[in-house]
Design a protein around this ligand. Sequence first.
Ligand SMILES: Nc1ncnc2c1ncn2[C@@H]1O[C@H](COP(=O)(O)OP(=O)(O)OP(=O)(O)O)[C@@H](O)[C@H]1O
Length: 255
Amino acid sequence: MTTVLRCTDLAAGYTKGRPCVRGLDIELRSGEVLAMLGPNGAGKTTALLTLAALLPALGGTIEVNGTPLRPGDARGASRAGLVLVPDNRALFTTLTVAENLRLAVPGRRRWPGERDRILGWFPRLGERLKVAAGALSGGEQQMLAIGRALAQHPSVLLVDELSMGLAPVVVERLLPVMRQVANDTDTAIILVEQHVQLALGVADTALVLRHGEKALEGDAGELAADPQRIEQAYLGEHTVPGGGVVPAVHVDAVQ
Ligand SMILES: Nc1ncnc2c1ncn2[C@@H]1O[C@H](COP(=O)(O)OP(=O)(O)OP(=O)(O)O)[C@@H](O)[C@H]1O
């Protein structure tokens, strides 16, 4: 597997000189699924927006397939194959499912083939092609948002909180599809996710951001088997008299 995305010492944020993400290194190979985890406000969305160059990096470098991206060059990032599914899903709510998909398919690609490829991952959308996107359920809207992103044949797909507003049972069905997409297409995927165990169940690797810095990274399966490490990375740890280290909150508190 080749490295498709490499970011080194990335600093990201909204004000020059005041990064809210610092020193972030990521190396992602084709077909690899990375779960980016961390508590609210840790900087996950900021990191994704910066990788997609929708926010100019405040420091560090981002390379896609060995080519450096210019900070804030969103068009260049998209041409290089970085595609973001934002947490608001960014659909044309008054257009139908078919129209939303059609608009995402570059002209040179044949529409029916592309549509059928996407419906292969999301057959439910096939039953809803003539329905306005705004009338879909939350899960169907998420399928459509991901389908639109896949129509662009990304080499790196960045998915911000797939589970936002969805029932856990829907998330349980959707996350494995992301694994399937990575397997089928060799697309590398970064999943920003609050459902820690579900995300670890489909990812190859995981990292935890806390206060804008990487607090933990490793093999997803190993981390899934050791929830206390995740919990400590989320919540920090404090020492108790006698020198022991205890997590601040019980492991079940981390979804
Ligand atoms: N548009 C913005 N302008 C200024 N600061 C922002 C903006 N958006 C987010 N922030 C700040 O950046 C920091 C990181 O936020 P970010 O949304 O990246 O975290 P997150 O890990 O994605 O959190 P959540 O899980 O709640 O979405 C926070 O301190 C947040 O208040």
